[in-house]
Write a protein that binds this ligand. Structure first.
Ligand code: SF4
Ligand code: SF4
Length: 285
């Protein structure tokens, strides 16, 4: 079963939930898709080995063949090529590697050039502890997170439970992460800002028709607006993690709280069971 942990924005405790849930389960995989800033391993502190590099093909102009006809720049809807009088410019970080400019160039003046955009790492082969951690890491200066996420997700083992830590926000990298997941936990805070971002996130999972529920982090610290929204919109609140000094202290020390507060492990196991039951019922109907 593939369970994604997402939130409308960063800093809500999404990674905390992903790590603590994965640590509570037997033989789970933890897939860190927040490739611009993967930080699950800040809590797990495991040895990681590089599995593979992720590369993309970008255009390279053969200037002596170019007639500056502009067909390539007119075609590119990502503005990754610009034609100015007697000069053509490329912006590799904007390129989506669609190959269209090469096809439309009548002079054969564009070649493909491979660049590395990120890497995939996993827990070292000697480390048999659960969860098995996989993370993607986008190279500094690169902006195309989705190819790294797609490559990372190829490591998901369908025979295991995968906990997938999604990037913050609701843009393309989140959609790539949520593709094909069985269930999505949305983590939020009980504040008007939390509610604003939660609404966007709920809209995304509803559009993608992914079963979902909410975890309220730092519960008791804000107002009731998130709970009212969930009640009105018929969105299930799966768990509330209280605004608790001990949890905050462990977080600041990079210690997953299920390791020091054993009763929370039970709560996460129950959470997983209830998600699994609901998922099985949905598959049957
Ligand atoms: S389409 Fe080809 S020939 Fe025309 S401007 Fe682009 S690279 Fe040059
Ligand atoms: S490969 Fe596609 S995205 Fe990249 S520059 Fe060419 S047309 Fe634009």
């Amino acid at each position: 079963m593939k369970i994604a942990i997402a939130s409308g924005k960063g800093g809500t405790g999404k990674t905390t939930v992903a790590v603590n849930l994965a640590l509570s389960l037997q033989d789970a995989q933890l897939i860190d898709c927040d490739v611009e800033e993967p930080n699950c391993n800040l809590f797990l502190n495991r040895e990681l080995d590089q599995l593979t590099e992720v590369s993309s093909m970008i255009p390279e102009i053969v200037e002596e063949n170019c007639t500056y006809c502009k067909k390539c720049s007119d075609f590119c809807r990502f503005n990754a090529i610009a034609t100015i009088p007697n000069k053509i410019l490329t912006f590799p970080t904007l390129c989506h590697s669609c190959g269209g400019c090469i096809m439309v160039c009548p002079e054969g003046a564009i070649q493909e050039h491979e660049i590395v955009t990120g890497i995939i790492r996993k827990t070292s082969g000697d480390d048999k502890k659960s969860p098995e951690l996989y993370e993607g890491l986008l190279d500094i200066g690169q902006t195309m997170a989705s190819p790294v996420i797609s490559e990372l997700k190829k490591n998901i083992d369908p025979g295991k439970t995968s906990i997938i830590d999604a990037p913050p926000g609701t843009a393309c990298p989140v959609l790539t992460t949520l593709e094909d997941v069985d269930y999505c936990i949305l983590v939020t805070e009980p504040t008007p800002f939390g509610l604003h971002d939660l609404k966007l996130a709920v809209e995304v999972v509803r559009t993608l028709e992914i079963p979902h529920g909410i975890i309220i982090n730092r519960s008791g610290s804000g107002d009731n607006s998130v709970e009212e929204f969930c009640m009105n919109e018929n969105v299930e609140i799966l768990m509330k993690i209280p605004h608790d000094t001990k949890i905050a202290q462990l977080y600041s020390e990079g210690i997953p709280f299920v390791q020091e507060m054993g009763h929370w492990k039970e709560k996460f196991i129950q959470l997983y069971s209830s998600i699994q039951d609901r998922y099985s019922r949905e598959i049957e109907t």
